[in-house]
Design a protein around this ligand. Structure first.
Ligand code: FES
Length: 288
C-alpha cells in the first residue's frame, strides 16, 4: 500500500534527486566533503539514523511533558519542554539535510518513491514542531500543545515509512552484510596473471562471488565487486590513484584495504588477500 501511495510522486522525486545531484556536483570538492559528512561516511554508517534517534526521542519527551502539564496539571515543565524541543529542532534540521542527501542516491522506482514519501511527510510534521517552538518562545505554551501533538503524529507515520524502506529494501544497509561466505584458509586460483591487464579493472569469480581485480605491475588488489552502498558493479568503475570509483553513485574505495574515501557508501568494501603463484592470481578470503 505504501508503494501505491508513493507512486504518483515518482516524476517529482526523480526531478528532485537530479536537482540535488546537480547542486552537489556544482559545489565541487566542498560539495563532496559536505556529502561525506551528511551521508555518515566518516562515521561508518548512516548519520541520518543517528540524528533521527535524537528527533524521535526529543519529540517524545516534549509530548510527554506537555501531556503532564495539560492533562494532569503538572506545573514547571514549560522551560524543559522548550529546551528539549530546541534540541529536537536542531537535530531535525540535520536529519532533513542528511536524509535528502541520502535520497539523491536512491535507486529510482519503489525505493526512491517510498524514501521521498518518508521525507515529505516528515518535513510536514517538522513544520508543526517549528510552529510549536515558536509559540513556546513567545511565551504561549498552551498554543504550542496541538501543533506539537499533530506534528508528532505525522512524524510517527513518517518514521514507520522510514523503517519500511530500510527493512524491505535494505536502504543504506551494507550490501555485503549478509553474504560473507566461508573464509577458506587456502589460496585459490581465480585467473591467469596474463589475463589480468595492468592498470585496468577485471572481474573474476571466486567460488560464486564476483570479485574485481586491479593489477599494478606485480601487485594485484582484489575487492568484492558488489558495492557496499547499493550493489553497483565496481569492475565497471573508474580507477584512480590507489582507488576505484563505483559507477552508480560515485563512492570511492581504497584498493589497498577497501576503506571508504568518499561516500555515499559508509561501509568498507570486502577485500581479499592475493598472491601470484605459477602464473596464476590466487585469492584467500570470504566467498560464497
Ligand atoms: S552502488 Fe551506490 S556508490 Fe556504489
Amino acid at each position: 500500500m505504501i508503494e501505491r501511495v508513493a507512486k504518483p510522486l515518482a516524476g517529482f522525486l526523480n526531478w528532485l534527486a537530479g536537482l540535488l545531484d546537480a547542486i552537489y556536483r556544482a559545489l565541487g570538492r566542498p560539495g563532496k566533503l559536505l556529502q561525506d559528512l551528511l551521508n555518515g561516511t566518516w562515521l561508518g554508517h548512516s548519520l541520518h539514523a543517528v540524528l533521527v534517534d535524537v528527533v524521535v526521542g526529543g519529540a517524545t519527551a516534549v509530548v510527554f511533558l506537555d501531556v503532564l502539564r495539560v492533562v494532569f496539571g503538572v506545573t514547571g515543565t514549560e522551560d524543559a519542554g522548550t529546551w528539549v524541543l530546541a534540541l529536537t529542532y536542531a537535530a531535525g534540521v540535520g536529519a532533513i539535510l542528511s536524509g535528502w542527501t541520502d535520497f539523491k542516491d536512491t535507486a529510482s522506482g519503489n525505493e526512491r518513491n517510498v524514501v521521498g514519501l518518508h521525507g515529505i511527510i516528515n518535513a510536514v510534521g517538522f513544520a508543526g514542531f517549528g510552529f510549536s517552538l515558536f509559540q513556546r518562545l513567545q511565551g504561549n505554551p498552551d498554543a504550542a500543545f496541538w501543533p506539537m501533538l499533530i506534528g508528532y503524529a505525522i512524524i510517527s507515520v513518517g518514521a514507520y515509512i522510514g523503517g519500511h524502506v530500510v527493512f524491505k529494501y535494505g536502504y543504506m544497509v551494507n550490501r555485503n552484510a549478509f553474504n560473507r561466505g566461508k573464509r577458506a584458509k587456502e589460496f585459490t586460483a581465480v585467473a591467469p596473471l596474463a589475463d589480468v591487464p595492468d592498470g585496468a579493472a577485471t572481474q573474476v569469480t571466486f567460488g560464486t562471488t564476483k570479485v574485481v581485480l586491479v593489477r599494478r605491475g606485480d601487485v594485484v588488489h582484489a575487492l568484492k565487486d558488489t558495492c557496499s552502498h547499493a550493489g553497483g558493479p565496481l569492475s565497471q568503475g573508474e580507477l584512480g590513484d590507489g582507488t576505484i570509483t563505483c559507477p552508480w553513485h560515485g563512492s570511492v574505495f581504497r584498493l589497498r584495504d577497501g576503506g571508504v574515501v568518499h561516500g555515499p557508501a559508509a561501509s568498507r568494501q570486502v577485500t581479499y588477500r592475493t598472491r601470484i603463484a605459477d602464473g596464476q592470481v590466487e585469492l584467500q578470503g570470504p566467498h560464497d
